[in-house]
Design a protein around this ligand. Structure first.
Ligand SMILES: Cc1cc2nc3c(=O)[nH]c(=O)nc-3n(C[C@H](O)[C@H](O)[C@H](O)COP(=O)(O)OP(=O)(O)OC[C@H]3O[C@@H](n4cnc5c(N)ncnc54)[C@H](O)[C@@H]3O)c2cc1C
Length: 381
């Protein structure tokens, strides 16, 4: 009997394996990962300084421990080079592994900006534990960090690095941080609270060039301002990893296209997590992974199960300004109603009939999260 093969040892790959083992303890299981295969919570990477974590203390289990817990094989530092849906096999160079069912849990890549200048290739990104270890090594004895991108991950790093004693200057083309998730009033409060912590903002502009300048990096902005930094970290968004699936002829939209049963366009191949687009939705967050992992495990164990998503608010890890967002599925379906005080912004996104479709809460307003959540429609009923 060929094994169930899972490609990827992130939260998606390991959680589907864990859920499967609750239902089926015996079917042979092989997890193949390009990285070290240690089990860790990726969201910790952007709050590790503030919570006293190091790259060494973040992993909860090694690949060996996971293999034992899962009664399976975990192959690490092993990159799948091709999929062959017609023969139910994957390739690692010249080696071929057959599968009964295949799960793609490949994650996403950080988007890289085409920036000019002699130091453009020195821009760092953090999208996994190895990246984070390199970043922490680079941070040693360095003071100023230029951070490109004031989205969720960028804002969290700005808070964490500043708390950790670094000087942080953030650049974003948008007029306020978290511009895709917060209305201007909420963004303004987050901006002010992080500025009070020490963050320097360069908003409404972009990086036009990055050059070496003795032992520093020189950042030139489109608004003609220039400043020096020791490190440049980019966090401008993620792009689902689709190349393997695309080369094998699977249907791709923004991510690897799957239906509610997490089935791709090829028989016995499934996808979930940051690489997948579930019924048109690309949701690169932990909660959708947990729901998808439970549904897919049931399907793999022989009971075809559709995934449902309830409302899934995301807690933004910016302790300087506690923030919780549950963005509307369709930003054109209504408008924000905002109530702001000195230290709190409550933003409710409602349709014409007054129905709540999303919310964004900053500061003291975050206390209303549980009540508001009950009023939200499910993301995927
Ligand atoms: C800094 C940071 C902070 C975050 N904070 C939050 C948060 O607060 N809340 C929240 O909900 N979400 C947060 N997220 C998002 C969340 O962490 C991700 O949605 C989630 O971890 C993605 O898991 P995944 O398993 O889909 O992908 P990944 O963790 O990227 O795993 C992909 C796996 O696939 C493997 N792989 C890829 N290609 C191949 C190949 N060809 N062969 C073999 N293996 C391969 C990789 O090695 C890896 O093991 C954060 C993300 C980041 C980067």
């Amino acid at each position: 009997m060929h094994p169930i093969v899972i490609i990827g040892s992130g939260l998606a790959g390991y959680n589907v394996a864990r859920e499967l083992r609750k239902l089926d303890k015996e079917t042979p299981l092989v997890i193949i990962s390009a990285d070290s295969g240690s089990y860790y919570s990726k969201p910790m990477l952007s709050s590790a300084l503030g919570t006293g974590k190091t790259p060494q203390s973040i992993p909860m289990n090694s690949a060996e421990q996971m293999a034992g817990q899962l009664n399976g094989t975990v192959r690490v530092k092993t990159r799948i080079t091709a999929l062959d849906p017609s023969s139910h096999a994957v390739s690692i160079g010249d080696e071929t592994i057959s599968y009964s069912k295949l799960v793609l849990a490949l994650g996403a890549d950080q988007i890289r900006l085409p920036i000019k200048g002699s130091a453009a290739n020195r821009i760092l990104t953090v999208n996994d534990l190895d990246d984070y270890a390199s970043f922490r090594a680079a941070l040693k004895d360095k003071s100023t960090i230029a951070l490109i991108g004031a989205g969720l991950i960028g804002s969290e790093f700005a808070n964490d690095l500043t708390t950790g004693g670094h000087k942080v200057e953030v650049i974003d083309i948008a007029p306020h941080p978290l511009s895709r998730l917060l209305p201007p009033e909420g963004g303004a409060l987050l901006q002010r609270k992080l500025a009070e912590l020490g963050v320097v903002w360069h908003l409404g502009t972009s990086v036009s060039a990055l050059d070496s300048d003795s032992d520093k990096l020189r950042i030139a902005l489109a608004n003609s301002h220039c400043f020096a930094a020791d490190i440049v970290l980019s966090a401008i968004g993620l792009k689902p990893r689709t190349a393997l699936a695309q080369a094998a002829g699977l249907k791709i939209n923004r991510g690897i296209a799957v239906n509610r049963n997490l089935e791709t366009s090829a028989p016995d191949i499934y996808a979930l997590g940051d690489c997948a687009e579930v019924e048109g939705l690309v949701l690169p967050f932990v909660m959708p992974i947990m729901h998808a992992a439970r549904a897919l495990a049931a399907t793999l164990a022989g009971k075809p199960t559709a995934v449902s998503y309830p409302a899934m608010p995301v807690l933004v890890k910016t302790p300087a300004c506690p923030t919780i967002v549950s963005p509307p599925a369709d930003p054109s379906a209504g408008a924000w109603e905002v109530t702001a005080t000195e230290d709190s912004v409550k933003s409710l996104f409602k349709d014409k009939s007054g129905k709540l479709l999303g919310f964004a809460l900053n500061g003291k307003a975050t206390a209303e999260r549980a009540t508001l959540m009950q009023q939200l429609p499910p993301v995927l009923a």
